[in-house]
Design a protein around this ligand. Structure first.
Ligand code: ADP
Ligand code: MG
Length: 255
């Protein structure tokens, strides 16, 4: 059975989408079968993999809201071997309101993904920057959650609220869910400031912080424009190696 991991934070711009693409690609490179889910109406994950989400009529939105759409109808192959995508676009912004009156509204994504869980080793869900019903669906469908934290002032602001949401989902909806860890992103070793923020995060969360630290590099914005993961766009870069290391850290937990 595939392990589903939500990449979550209600903050925008912390590296959720970048981590989804590049962790996914690094896991695929290591021989795992990976499915990525674009669970943000911005569609940045789809764009980052070279798709134009605006001219797609079958997306994660249709899977969530139409009974006659199955997960097989919305699956796409990417240019990376063993890396598949369920795209998302602006349509998804209507789902939050539409699903409110559904029965078991928090479990809709989990149910929809069931038919393909055996086809993948990892399913990685790129969440939108909110703690609303869609993110709760992602957490309910997952066994693990990774929280990217940008090494900037106020990095910890809002993390308590996110941890509280994760705990509520564990207690009420999904006792299987574990915090895989916090991953520090956009770390700049040259600044005292970045080092201080990282230290604060480690002091606050201890073992809850993954060992891999993702440094700040212009290569990441470049890869989004190129529409491919850093592991293929700049295969020998430090950024690619950082996500390979993150992949190894997760694979070391495989039983
Ligand atoms: P989120 O999905 O949380 O909103 P993104 O992954 O889209 O965040 O990242 C926000 C912006 O920061 C993007 O332009 C992305 O290319 C850039 N970025 C992400 N990670 C890094 C990094 N390690 N170094 C430099 N820029 C980064
Ligand atoms: Mg994003």
């Amino acid at each position: 059975m595939g392990r589903a991991i939500a990449i979550a934070s209600q903050k925008g711009g912390v590296g959720k989408t970048t981590s989804t693409i590049n962790l996914g690609a690094a896991l695929a490179e290591a021989g795992r079968r990976v499915l990525l889910i674009d669970f943000d109406p911005q569609g940045a994950l789809s764009v980052g993999l070279g798709f134009n989400p605006h001219d797609m009529d079958q997306t994660i939105y249709n899977l969530l809201t139409s009974r006659d759409v199955t997960v097989h109808d919305v699956l796409l192959k990417t240019n990376v071997k063993d890396l598949d995508l369920i795209p998302g676009n602006i349509d998804l912004s209507a789902a939050e309101v539409q699903l409110v009156n559904e029965v078991a509204r928090e479990q809709i994504l989990a149910d929809a993904l069931k038919p393909v869980l055996n086809d993948y080793d990892y399913v990685i869900i790129d969440c939108l920057p909110s703690l609303g019903l869609l993110t709760v669906n992602a957490l309910t469908a997952s066994q693990g959650v990774i929280v990217p934290l940008e090494c900037e002032f106020f990095a910890l602001r809002g993390v308590a609220l996110l941890m509280d949401t994760i705990e509520k989902v564990q207690q009420r909806l999904n006792p299987e869910l574990v915090l895989e860890g916090i991953v520090a992103t956009m770390y700049d070793a040259r600044t005292v400031h970045s080092r201080e923020v990282l230290q604060t995060v480690v002091d606050a969360f201890g073992d809850g912080v993954l060992h891999t630290v993702i440094h700040r590099t212009i290569k990441f914005p470049e890869t989004s424009v190129a529409g491919e993961p850093i592991t293929s766009y700049a295969s020998s870069s430090n950024g690619a190696d950082a996500y390979r290391q993150l992949a190894r850290e997760l694979m070391a937990r495989e039983k």
